[in-house]
Design a protein around this ligand. Structure first.
Ligand code: MIG
Length: 818
């Protein structure tokens, strides 16, 4: 909390600028009239520094400017000088890593500066703007920060309005169901169960109040850390203005400097965190359906995977595994011996993931309810009644996951499931969703980690705190094993606890296209570990749509097929040939590329890179890229362009500048342009950047099926120099937190008659395998000599497709081919 003594007593009170403009939201509930006016900041009267915080006042309202890092500055507004508690679920700890900062007063403005950015506070009118160290202005207020008193609930509606430039584009905000570029849209943040959502439907299940602006090739980000109902307007109401506002809480935002979009995204991760490493199996294929029951059905499905030789790691139990939908119980009629079943599934390589809902059935004979009731863990209304609502189990009460004690309790409830061998937990309905009313009424109270509030404040974080409780509980119970969690609802920072799926989509081509945008958007919004229900949750895909979805899903960080229970069978073999064979080929490809995907995950976890990246993130300076939304890269080496239309025989693909290899044919193509690619049903456009080293595993039916005795390294010739990074570790423990892992770096250099590959490694992990199988693609000359660390390699083979095959010790440091 901010200390009152920081206000310079010499700062003279200034008159507030009041506007006669009428209040738009609700009438004054007492008088029924509209007398409430918007209040704007008056002119600042001076500046006071306290550590890395700078305070400005107009005599009544106060503004705090915090230097967070060299590139991140936070702004807060207190309408009558009293700031709210400094507490955020999104930002667990505000790191202060600034090399240099200070305050400068000039004739017309105050400037809070770091080495990299300046925050300008204009003396005339309290407009706030940001610039880089070349004095290039990146973001400016279009009006002063303003607010309105909220008579009904107390506090203020808070508003910030910035200039919107003619060519400015906007990205981020989580998984909005619309074009990737948000220019011209107005969008709302209020977590909503949006069954069968439509294109442009808003809001959806998650609230991620972070956006990236791109103006003339220069990017910055704004993270509006406010959990109340909030809206963003990107030039919709007025093309010259970008605004964001909320129905309560504090006007508090982080300005995140670029100029590269990638830097903005990475810096957003610095504030809100990244996904922990998942168990490697979680990057495999997951099969889900509402519902696989009874046990015989589960066994039939899993058996068929193995018979059909279609790889699969995750098998899901939806709500019917429970007894009357009571969380943490089993329906013994359907599943008489869950321990035995889960064990036998595990022996065949299947990890069992079970669903959990927040609604707890009101039933005094049910231990979870009894305990929650006794310990007062359930949410209550303003007059102390319990928050009751109907969900699957019937009449329910709901744990207050914003109470740390409740989270601890909830986490512990997974003990039995963990003992039974459950490997992952799927957190559903946590917007929270309630039949009838949709969600909780606003007056429900929450403990909010000691910063009490109503549901207006807690709604958007409820789901995140539920999955946090789940994750933290599992983490304790599973000892050193990595838990796997999936959630539907979330708020900024939810990535620290869970993967995310996009909710109840529809089996339509439009949804395939939309899902492809949603996962790109989630990725740049901090939530890299995401995917859509492959095939579409409701409705019936035909074989073609399902196969196109499997192909796209192969390159989604989270790959799960799911469907509603009232639809036809929906497994990869359900549509017959040729679909089954193509689905198999792509799921196998997913398993072949696992070490590459796993490395990209590490780059996310450790360094804050998004796993998949829209083209505009690679090439923000290229005109036109701000509208591309079909193609994306996975990591920085592979470019994917899913087929999103029925009957499509060819499609256009944009390749960023540089040289690319067609993944299937190895044809070398110069990028920086659109090309037309053949798209028969058994393929989608995939390209590999020249110079890449892409690690590959043999096809396995599940992670850990075989001991890997050789890793294939696919090396793509380049005539320049390209670095590749590969990450390896045990794949299922937290040993990586003790630095037990291996980071490998490959440097590939080429000339017309020579190619060298250098390898260096750092880390404490030693993989079990001894050798690489090198597959060198695109060599422009016929090699005569291959030298590995000064030794002649004799047994290399030139294949019919001119690629070079050779075996090499995994610790080689240099390979020269001439
Ligand atoms: O009210 O558990 O989005 O994936 O299969 C529906 C049943 C509840 C919604 C989820 C969906 C899940 C379904 N659930």
């Amino acid at each position: 909390m901010e200390n009152k003594n920081t206000v310079n007593p010499e700062l003279l009170p200034q008159k507030l600028v009041e506007d006669e403009e009428e209040f738009h939201h609700v009438n004054n509930p007492v008088t029924g009239l509209k007398p409430i006016v918007k209040k704007y900041l008056g002119a600042p009267t001076g500046a006071v520094q306290k550590g890395n915080k700078f305070f400005f006042t107009d005599g009544d309202a106060k503004v705090e400017v915090t230097v967070v890092t060299d590139e991140i500055i936070r702004v807060r507004l207190a309408p009558h000088s009293v700031f709210l508690d400094e507490f955020s679920y999104a930002v667990p700890k505000l790191e202060n890593k600034v090399s240099l900062f200070g305050l400068r007063e000039e004739e017309t403005e105050y400037i809070v500066y770091t080495n990299i950015v300046n925050c300008h506070v204009r003396k005339k009118d309290f407009f706030i703007s940001f610039s880089d160290n070349q004095n290039h202005v990146t973001s400016s207020d279009a009006v002063q920060m303003h607010w309105e008193e909220n008579i009904k609930f107390g506090g203020y509606y808070v508003y910030c309005t910035k200039e919107c430039q003619p060519e400015e584009s906007f990205f981020g905000l989580g998984d909005k169901a619309t074009e990737l570029n948000l220019r011209g849209k107005r969008l709302k943040n209020w977590n909503t169960d949006a069954y069968s959502f439509a294109w442009n439907q808003d809001p959806l299940y998650r609230a991620i109040p972070f956006y990236i602006s791109l103006n003339k090739g220069i990017a910055h980000g704004i993270f509006f850390d406010n959990t109340f109902r909030a809206e963003f307007d990107f030039g919709a109401e007025d093309p010259t203005k970008t605004s964001f506002w909320a129905e309560g809480g504090e006007l508090q935002y982080y300005y995140i400097h670029g100029p590269h979009m990638m830097d903005v995204v990475k810096r957003y991760h610095v504030i809100t965190g990244t996904h922990p490493m998942p168990p490697m199996w979680a990057l495999g294929y997951h099969q889900c359906r509402w519902s696989y029951y009874p046990e015989s059905k589960v066994r039939m499905v899993t058996k068929t995977f193995r018979e059909q030789k279609i790889p699969c790691d995750g098998i899901y139990l939806d709500i019917d595994y429970m007894d009357g939908y009571r969380c943490f119980t089993w329906n013994r009629k359907y599943f008489p011996d869950p321990k035995k079943m889960i064990k036998e599934l595990a022996d065949q390589g299947f990890k069992t993931v079970v669903i959990i809902d927040p609604g707890i059935r009101v039933d005094d004979n049910y231990s979870v309810f009894k305990e929650g009731k006794e310990k007062k863990y359930f949410c209550r209304r303003c007059d102390d009644y319990f928050m009751e609502g109907h969900v699957w189990p019937g009449r329910c009460q709901f744990p207050d996951f914003t109470n740390p004690e409740v989270r601890e309790w909830w986490g512990g409830l997974f003990d039995e499931l963990v003992q039974l061998g459950v490997a992952g937990v799927w957190n559903d309905m946590n917007e929270p969703a309630v039949f009838g009313n949709g969600t909780f009424p606003d007056d429900v109270r929450h403990q909010y980690d000691g910063h009490r509030g109503s549901h207006r404040k807690a709604h958007n974080v409820y789901g995140m705190q539920m999955v946090r409780a789940t994750y933290e509980g599992l983490r304790k119970l599973m000892k050193n094993k990595r838990p796997f969690t999936i959630t539907r609802a979330g708020y900024s920072g939810v990535q620290r606890y869970s993967s995310v799926w996009t909710g109840d989509n529809v089996a339509s081509w439009e949804h395939l296209k939309l899902g492809n945008i949603q996962i790109q958007r989630l990725s740049v919004s901090g939530i890299s570990f995401c995917g859509t229900d492959i095939g579409g949750f409701s409705g019936e895909p035909d074989g073609e749509l399902f196969t196109r979805w499997i192909q796209a899903g192969t390159f989604a960080p989270f790959m799960r097929a799911h469907s509603a229970g009232d639809t036809k069978e929906r497994e990869p073999w359900s549509f017959g040939e040729p679909y089954t064979a193509i689905n198999r080929k792509f799921i196998e490809l997913r398993y072949r590329l696992l070490p590459y995907f796993y490395s990209a995950f590490w780059e996310h976890h450790r360094y804050g890179f998004p796993i998949i990246r829209p083209v505009v993130l690679q090439e923000q300076h290229e005109e036109g890229n701000q509208y591309r939304q079909d193609e994306f890269t996975y990591g920085d080496k592979m470019l994917i362009c899913p087929v999103l239309e029925p009957g499509q025989k060819t499609r256009k693909v944009y390749l960023p500048k540089g040289k690319w290899y067609d993944f299937w044919s190895h044809e070398l193509i110069e990028g920086g342009k659109e090309i037309v690619v053949l798209t028969p049903l058994d393929t989608i456009p995939v390209f590999v950047k020249a110079g890449s080293v892409i690690p590959e595993y043999p096809v396995m039916q599940y992670v850990g099926e075989k001991e890997i005795d050789e890793v294939k390294m696919n090396v793509y010739f380049t005539d320049t120099e390209v670095n590749s990074f590969i990450f390896e570790d045990y794949g299922e423990t937290f040993a990586y937190e003790q630095d037990i892992y291996l980071e490998k770096k490959f440097v590939v250099r080429g000339k017309e008659n020579k190619m060298t590959i250098q390898q260096s490694m750092e880390g404490l992990y030693t993989p079990r395998y001894e050798n690489y199988h090198l597959n060198i693609v695109g060599l422009p000359f016929k090699p005569t000599r291959v030298i590995a660390d000064n030794n002649d390699v004799k047994d290399f083979v030139i294949s019919a497709d001119k690629s070079i095959q050779l075996k090499l010790r995994k610790n080689f440091t240099q390979l020269v081919i001439s």
